[in-house]
Design a protein around this ligand. Structure first.
Ligand code: MTE
Length: 325
């Protein structure tokens, strides 16, 4: 899984100078130091290759804070950018931060097609131009029962989709992640069906809480968080929030999404946060709010629709949420 990983050792893992002793120990330290330097170098490269074009930074500087959707304590930047799920870069939570520096995010374009009249291939700059960016602080609940509170920078998904003039026959919208195994080492393993695919019912996608994010904490997204463009659907489990999107397709049929294809009894199409419907292998009634440690796991109760029940419950009126999980 981690054959390309040359950076598993962080600078913080390097033993302090005071404990240098026997020659054998010294040699070991040199090895560790080398790995540390390699890691630091890789991170430097990472910084370099993540430099966003001036236009996106400029756009970001114009972003305006909106009414906050939660007053909870924000999860620190280092946890939001260091503890990730992005299987294209490996299975461990630290793999994306270590591996995603390989991703070229500029130039970037998105193909729009299917049941719409405004399809085409859009360069990211053109895609974003008409939208002003907003700060949105959302709770983010992963299906694996950890959660964060993240200040995203993004814009309305509904406003974006309307520009493509979806036809009335479009009942679903399907998003696809980049497939580029040369830069995404996880895609060289058949862990999931690549490329990663997610979808929403059109009325869900048009909901005002649904956003396309291009940044967080006022900075452009780093690749581990799905640069340059990712979905954020705060009332659904994190896996619906697909990263590094290259395609938007309007469909008449419900798509087969990546996780539902991989384990249909564990991951449904809707994936609404629901403390009353457990994952077959663990409870969904509580979550570990990050940062958390073994000694202070910071468990808190999970809320229906991740706390956005008042805003979104109407979308699922009359649906059996045990069946449509
Ligand atoms: N998108 C792609 N393309 N590949 C992934 O593996 N993981 C999902 C989601 N989007 C994933 C993805 C899961 S399971 C979660 S919890 C969130 O991304 C994690 O987002 P974060 O790392 O920015 O917190």
């Amino acid at each position: 899984m981690r054959s390309e990983n040359t950076s598993a050792i962080r600078p913080s893992d390097i033993t302090p100078e005071s404990v240098y002793g026997a020659r054998r120990q010294w040699l070991r330290e040199v090895g560790v130091l080398g790995a540390g330097v390699a890691f630091a170098w890789q991170m430097r490269l990472a910084q370099a290759s993540y430099t966003q074009p001036a236009w996106i930074l400029q756009k970001m500087m114009q972003s305006r804070r909106r009414e906050e959707t939660t007053t909870e304590v924000l999860t620190p930047y280092k946890d939001v950018t260091g503890y990730n799920n992005f299987y294209e870069f490996g299975l461990d939570k630290t793999d994306p931060a270590e591996q995603a520096w390989r991703l070229t995010t500029d130039p970037w374009s998105v193909r729009v097609d299917g049941a719409c009249d405004g399809g085409g291939v859009y360069h990211l700059e053109d895609l974003l131009r008409p939208h002003s960016l907003e700060d949105r602080i959302y709770r983010f609940r992963c299906v694996e029962a950890w959660s964060m509170v993240i200040p995203w920078v993004g814009f309305s998904l509904g406003a974006l989709l309307r520009r493509f003039k979806p036809r009335s026959s479009a009942r679903y919208v399907v998003f696809t992640t980049l497939e580029r195994p040369a830069e995404m080492p996880g895609q060289r393993q058949a862990v999931l069906n690549w490329p990663y695919v997610e979808g929403l019912r059109m009325d869900e996608a048009m909901h005002p809480l649904a956003i396309m994010a291009v940044g967080l904490y006022g900075k452009p997204l780093l690749p581990q968080n799905g640069a340059p463009l990712r979905l954020v659907i705060p009332w659904k489990y994190g896996f619906k929030s697909i990263k590094s999107i290259v395609s938007i397709h309007f469909s008449e049929q419900q798509p087969l999404t990546t996780w539902a294809a991989s384990a249909p009894n564990e991951y449904g199409f809707f994936a609404n946060v629901n403390p009353h419907v457990d994952h077959p292998r663990w409870s969904q009634s509580r979550e570990r709010r990050l940062p958390a440690t073994l000694w202070d796991p910071h468990w808190i109760p999970t809320q229906m629709f991740n706390g956005y029940e008042r805003e979104v419950a109407y979308l699922y009126k009359g649906m059996d949420l045990r069946r449509y999980f």
